[in-house]
Design a protein around this ligand. Structure first.
Ligand code: ZN
Ligand code: ZN
Ligand code: ZN
Length: 160
């Protein structure tokens, strides 16, 4: 099992944001996609932390910045970022998190802390395989897989 790095609450998050933006820029260039200012700003807002961010919070931020960017533009930018694997949708929260390794296609599982709202991405190929086999056995064709685990992260557990 590959466990995503669990960031300490007090890490230098600016580095995470810079890395994510740089990676996104490179990825868009290599795929012939345009990384417009709006797409970049939306990605930056999703990356404001390691918790899931709701679309209306992003829309709200644009409005407060005095931007003329309208909600449909923000939703289209989010769709683009999803398609490119730069963000993931957290279905149980109806929100988005940034992906730290968007260059590889992957099916992830998410650990969601109900206390600090930190989301950690996991890749567990064995789990993906087991679910695929079970679905195959049931004659079921899978289009989408969502595995989201809610609980308490190690930092919150240590603080409790
Ligand atoms: Zn960070
Ligand atoms: Zn990912
Ligand atoms: Zn926590």
């Amino acid at each position: 099992m590959q466990v995503a790095e669990q960031k300490h609450p007090k890490h230098d998050h600016q580095i995470c944001v810079e890395d994510a933006l740089k990676l996104a820029q490179e990825l868009c260039i290599s795929r012939g996609q345009r990384f417009t200012d709006t797409r970049q700003r939306v990605l930056e807002l999703v990356w404001q932390g390691h918790s899931a961010v709701k679309a209306y919070d992003i829309i709200d931020k644009f409005a407060r910045d005095g931007s003329a960017t309208k909600p449909p533009t923000v939703y289209r930018a989010l769709d683009f970022l999803l398609e490119q694997g730069l963000v993931h949708r957290i279905e149980s929260l109806n929100a988005y998190v940034g992906c730290a390794h968007p260059e590889e296609g992957h099916t992830s599982q998410f650990l969601i802390c109900d206390n600090c709202e930190t989301v950690v991405e996991l890749e567990t190929p064995r789990l993906k395989k087991a679910l695929k086999e079970a679905a195959d056995k049931a004659g079921f064709s899978v289009n989408q897989q969502t595995v989201e685990l809610h609980g308490i992260c190690p930092h919150c557990r240590a603080a409790a």
